[in-house]
Design a protein around this ligand. Structure first.
Ligand code: GUN
Ligand code: ZN
Length: 437
């Protein structure tokens, strides 16, 4: 690779910690007219433009973004790429929604060419929404994961994906068995995990569709490959919780069905976690497992209101997830909009700082990737977005009333969507430009 040095100039915001766990003014760095130096795709330096410009090596390209905000790329900690085409399917809650819409759709991903077309479309949706890293469900078919990783690799994206493990309570053509699930996952790990920016997630769909034997085999993979992820669903819907207690009568609670099989850990990510007891919170925290907060999905399927305060009190790692296709938008900004409303309904305030923390560094911590992405400290991979404060006439008008950064961030999170993503950069290279002719 040729040696490249680029400078990005504009207002820059990134996080150094969780604003809910420290004095909030220390949790972030905001540079009005800042400069970010990117060397071979990584952050080399960050500071005030007026101080750094004079010292730039002669001929350095300076890309200036005015009227916007440069922020780390958004991180989506839970999404299903095969469900893109069924987003917004009417009328059902989780278990009926799976049978009516999800399983028939996922059947089509046995066709490699079909999967390939959908994977490419999906990744373009992520980039146009400013999302540069995601933890992604494939389907039960290994071909679906091959197709996904091929496109992610071609775009040089940091992505995590896995083949669904599901050996019961699902249509015949969508089930594997404990042994084939293990073998196919192992082959995919060997092929893709750690290649360029790609990583693998062992992906048992959820306890109702995985036998005890299948979960044991999943845990074997985690032992053999300690740095792969474990990605599943947890305690999303009240009927699901009852079903799990019937299927796993020896479990103390839903999480315990996974815990008894050795599926908790620093690289384990559980989507939803709406109906958790104190003991489940305790175990999530002490095992350093993460929760993915998916508000658009939780409202759409009528699943419930995530208890962010409780997660904070237990010090559980939390990231944001869109959970498309139960989630109704690829946009992390729209996800923040709905996140805010879920907390209003709980009588809690989701601050703009906490929102943008969750969208960036919080997500990186949930995915145990905060040594690589999530903020602009020196050495990090330069995945970032340029947000447009004046993306629409209404945003422009509303922004004129804002007195400070916090108000502008809040308006971005309530009114913003893909129109507010002016550009998305991956390792310092532009991967999406909104106004491309
Ligand atoms: N639980 C098991 N599978 C799924 C899924 O595909 N989407 C959601 N939201 N929950 C699930
Ligand atoms: Zn999901």
């Amino acid at each position: 690779m040729s040696d490249t040095l680029k400078a990005f100039r504009g207002d820059i915001l990134h996080f150094l910690g969780d604003p809910a766990q420290m004095p909030s003014e220390k949790s972030y760095q905001y540079l009005e007219d800042g400069l970010m130096l990117v060397h071979n795709g990584r952050i080399e330096a960050l500071g005030k433009a007026e101080e750094m410009l004079a010292d730039l090596p002669a001929g350095t390209e300076v890309i200036h973004h005015t009227d916007g905000l440069i922020a780390p790329g958004f991180i989506d900690t839970h999404i299903h790429y095969p469900q893109t085409e069924m987003i917004g399917s009417y009328g059902e809650q989780l278990l009926e929604w799976l049978d009516t819409y999800t399983f028939p759709t996922e059947t089509q991903f046995k066709d490699r060419e079909y999967a390939s077309q959908r994977a490419e479309f999906f990744l373009d949706q992520l980039l146009s929404n400013g999302t540069t890293t995601a933890l992604v469900f494939g389907t039960v078919h290994p071909e679906s994961v091959d197709a996904f990783f091929e496109h992610a690799q071609a775009k040089n994206l940091r992505m995590i994906c896995g083949k669904v493990l599901m050996d019961r309570n699902a249509p015949e053509e969508l089930t594997d068995c404990a042994d084939s699930g293990y073998e196919q996952s192992k082959a995919l790990i060997e092929k893709w995990h750690g290649r360029d920016r790609l990583q693998y997630a062992v992906t048992p769909r959820f306890a109702p569709t995985c036998s005890s034997e299948q979960m044991h085999r999943a845990a074997e993979l985690l032992k053999e490959y300690p740095d792969v992820y474990m990605h599943t669903h947890l305690s999303e819907n009240a009927n699901e919780v009852v079903w799990v207690s019937e299927l796993f009568p020896d479990s103390k609670h839903y999480l315990d069905a996974y815990d008894q099989h050795g599926l908790l850990g620093k690289r384990s990510v559980f989507a939803h976690g709406i109906h958790l007891c104190e003991d489940e919170c305790q175990r999530l925290a002490e095992s350093q497992s993460a929760l993915s907060f998916c508000p658009t999905s939780n409202l759409f399927l009528g699943s419930g209101l995530f208890n962010l305060k409780q997660a904070e009190q237990y010090n559980i790692k939390v990231g944001l997830g869109t959970d498309v296709g139960a989630g109704t938008s690829f946009s992390i900004l729209q996800t923040l909009n709905e996140a805010y409303k879920t907390q209003q309904l709980r009588g809690e305030k989701l601050t703009p700082l906490k929102s943008f923390y969750l969208a960036t560094l919080g997500g990186a911590r949930a995915l145990d990737l905060d040594d690589k992405i999530g903020n602009f400290t020196v050495g990090k991979e330069a995945d970032f977005v340029v947000l447009d404060y004046k993306a629409t006439p209404l945003m422009d008008l509303r922004m004129q009333q804002c007195r400070d950064l916090m108000e502008r961030l809040f308006v971005l999170s309530i009114l913003g969507d893909d129109r507010a993503i002016r550009a998305t950069y991956v390792m310092g290279e532009q991967a999406h430009q909104r106004d491309e002719k």
